[in-house]
Design a protein around this ligand. Structure first.
Ligand SMILES: [Zn+2]
Length: 69
């Protein structure tokens, strides 16, 4: 989350859409328990990215990105 008005862009390769979701995840094999990676996703790709991670049995949390309006 930027909090400074910079648009957040989807993490999917090749996608330039505004991200509305944040996916926090880690790879238990290489990351320590307190380590978190964050991806951002647009509405179209949040499902794709979540499936990508869950297929690898990575722990993950999906949360909406708060947009100040
Ligand atoms: Zn996207």
């Amino acid at each position: 989350m930027t909090g400074d008005g910079v648009p957040v862009i989807c993490s999917r390769v090749g996608c330039r859409e505004d991200a509305h979701w944040r996916i926090d995840w880690r790879n238990p094999k290489i990351h320590s328990p307190e380590r978190r990676k964050s991806w951002t996703a647009c509405d179209e790709h949040v499902g794709y990215l979540r499936e990508f991670l869950s297929a690898r049995s990575f722990p993950l949390d999906v949360a909406p990105i708060e947009v100040a309006s």
